[in-house]
Unconditional design. Sequence first.
Length: 293
Amino acid sequence: MDALHILPEPPPGAAADWTIDQGWEAYSQAEHDVWITLYERQTDLLPGRACDEFLRGLDALDLHRSGIPDFKRINEELQRLTGWSVVAVPGLVPDDVFFDHLANRRFPAGQFIRKPHELDYLQEPDVFHDVFGHVPMLTDPTFADYMQAYGQGGQRALGLGRLTNLARLYWYTVEFGLMETKAGLRIYGAGIVSSRTESIFALDDPSPNRIGFDLERVMRTPYRIDDFQQVYFVIPSIQTLQEVTLQDFGALYGRLAGASELGIAEIAGGDRVITAGTQAYAKAGGRLASAAG
Ligand code: HBI
Ligand code: FE
């Protein structure tokens, strides 16, 4: 995440853990309408693209079409399913605060929603990215355990100065992960599933590399925060995330200390290559070039 947006201490009105009241009653109809537009676009697009675990979560939480959901209502079902709850925050929070929430099965979701002119892209996670993108997967017990383990791992990584490596694991799984299924590749990453354009690009476009997930490989691979990814990592099943949490991260960090960083578009020896991408999109200048038309 772009650290520039993180304030040094909780803004006025926020608690010490940066949580605020969602103030669901205060959302305007215009704000609900942005949610409805985004929700309807994605739910028309995602069957056949999002993984079953995501689609089941969307149903279970009944994130229906009528507007921004009330976290209090979501939490009744979410806590029953996996013990997670959604808490409202003003935006990005410091890493240690973020990890502490995850380690305690609290998902910090942006309270604000993007403006109508930002429908396709925004840098900071808003309530649609967080609640539509992230929360449905938290209804799956395996993924719910992984997210809590990530929070605990984040706290350790901060202490070891290994945050860069661990943030890559989050980025290439929780945010931009793909999964293999009998029916083909499916999306589970929130950053993809909450974006209409990237939901198409990540699965269909010949530009990006698509490489079989490998923990050490992912931790050596930089990522983009400003545009579509140039590489997507693919897990054979959600169980892979459970196996990740059983790894010895101490030994892994030791090996990483002596390993060089990989190029973002590089295909490395030992990679299980699913797609060797053309990188045509990135070479043509990416979002800004295509926006310029
Ligand atoms: N804060 N609210 C919020 N949401 C995030 O996804 C988030 C954050 N702070 C830090 C962060 N993500 C990342 O830097 C960590 O995953 C490393
Ligand atoms: Fe996110």
